[in-house]
Design a binder for this molecule. Structure first.
Ligand code: PEP
Ligand code: MN
Length: 378
């Protein structure tokens, strides 16, 4: 089944009030008062379109606060009824889904640890079949776009159309200023694969620290994200989970009011003209880049021929190291970041290796013309 353009556009979502869609609330529901007071403050500040609070918390290690469970569903239903704001909570299995639906909630999210498990996601998708709900699907903890896409497809194939992906960052190893590495290229790849899918950023779980939120929120807005899921607690210092990354509702208001919101396009004629000229130039440069790469591969294939004659291995690690070093330093002079230059040359080198392996294993010795023309067999 093709999923193209089959997600309900955000503009048609009942909760949508314009960009960014705001899904805000505490990490966990802790008490009736904490839930109600947080929701009330967010509603009064007009900084919530869908209120969030977790009642079943997947803690990485036992002993952490595991959530208040079913009691919390009553508190959430009360918020929805009395404050008139839709409410979402996290589900991790079919039983959770049934309870959420029984309590009349219409929004839920699948957490990062659950998205990583296709069995769990399928069980949730089956339990959702036929329900009129909004489903947010967080990225899996590992930087794996296929797992994320798979979870979205499972829910979509269960007949749910109102789906948004939530980018909450990916597990990292070692110290970093972020709790979870953003890897912004992964959600971009997901959107290329699933056009029309709304995407929300969860800066709270990316940052792990309230002082970093503004930077990540602004970045998400500049990348044209549709919304933000942000953790907010009436008294973060007392929070039972994720205390450092939660912000008080008034601080959240200031943060959101300070964001620069840019349009996702403009029909202004002079802007259109300039962009068109520059894009034509860019397309031309892309064509030239490809030609240069093609020439480089021809050289690589000639080298392969010589290696073959001398029975020398394809991979020459020290030569590659030198090349990267030289290019990183040249790149720096050209204003290109070392990480970028390294990544580009790693990709180019991999293609060279692949093409050289083909030449080495050809049945026939190729002449120069054949080497120049040899199309990749992959
Ligand atoms: C949460 O939203 O509180 C949560 C546990 O998120 P994640 O699944 O992204 O860790
Ligand atoms: Mn949390």
């Amino acid at each position: 089944m093709s999923l193209k353009h089959e997600f309900e556009p955000l503009e048609r979502w009942p909760a949508y009030r314009g960009r960014p869609l705001l899904v805000c609330g505490p990490c966990s529901a802790e008490s009736r008062d904490q839930v109600y007071l947080t929701a009330k403050a967010l509603v009064e500040n007009r900084k919530v379109h869908i209120f969030r609070a977790g009642i079943w918390k997947a803690r990485t290690r036992p002993g952490g606060f595991a959530g208040v469970g079913l009691d919390g569903l009553g508190w959430l239903a009360e918020v929805e009824r009395e404050l008139g704001v839709p409410v979402a909570t996290e589900v991790a299995n079919a039983r959770h889904v049934q309870s959420v639906i029984e309590h009349g909630l219409k929004s839920l999210w699948i957490g990062a640890r659950t998205t990583a498990s296709p069995f769990a996601v399928q069980e949730i998708a089956d339990a959702l079949r036929g329900a009129d709900v909004t489903v947010f699907i967080k990225n899996p903890v590992s930087p794996d776009v296929d797992l994320w896409q798979g979870a979205i497809e499972r829910v979509r194939e269960a007949g749910i159309e109102r789906i948004a992906a939530v980018h909450r960052g990916f597990q990292k190893y070692g110290e970093d200023r972020f709790r979870n590495a953003p890897h912004w290229q992964i959600p971009i790849e997901l959107l290329l694969r699933l056009p029309g899918l709304p995407i929300i950023c969860d800066p709270s779980h990316i940052c792990g620290e309230a002082s970093l939120l503004r930077e990540v929120c602004q970045n998400a807005m500049d990348l044209a994200y549709d919304g933000l899921m942000i953790e907010s607690h009436i008294d973060p210092s007392e929070a039972l989970s994720d205390a450092r990354q939660q912000v008080e509702p008034s601080k959240l208001r200031d943060l959101l009011d300070g964001l620069v919101l840019r349009a996702t396009g403009s029909s202004e004629p002079s802007f259109q003209r300039i962009i068109e000229t520059l894009r034509t130039r860019m397309d031309d440069l892309d064509g030239r880049l490809l030609e240069v790469l093609q020439q480089r591969m021809v050289v690589a294939r000639r080298i392969a021929q010589s290696k073959r004659e001398q029975n020398v291995t394809v991979l020459q690690a020290s030569r590659f190291e030198e090349t990267v070093k030289r290019c990183v330093s040249r790149g720096r002079e050209c204003g290109l970041s070392p990480g970028f230059v390294r990544a580009i040359f790693q990709a180019i080198h991999q293609e060279s290796i692949d093409q050289q392996r083909e030449i080495m294993n050809e049945k026939w010795i190729l002449d120069d013309a054949a080497l120049a023309a040899a199309p990749p067999k992959r």
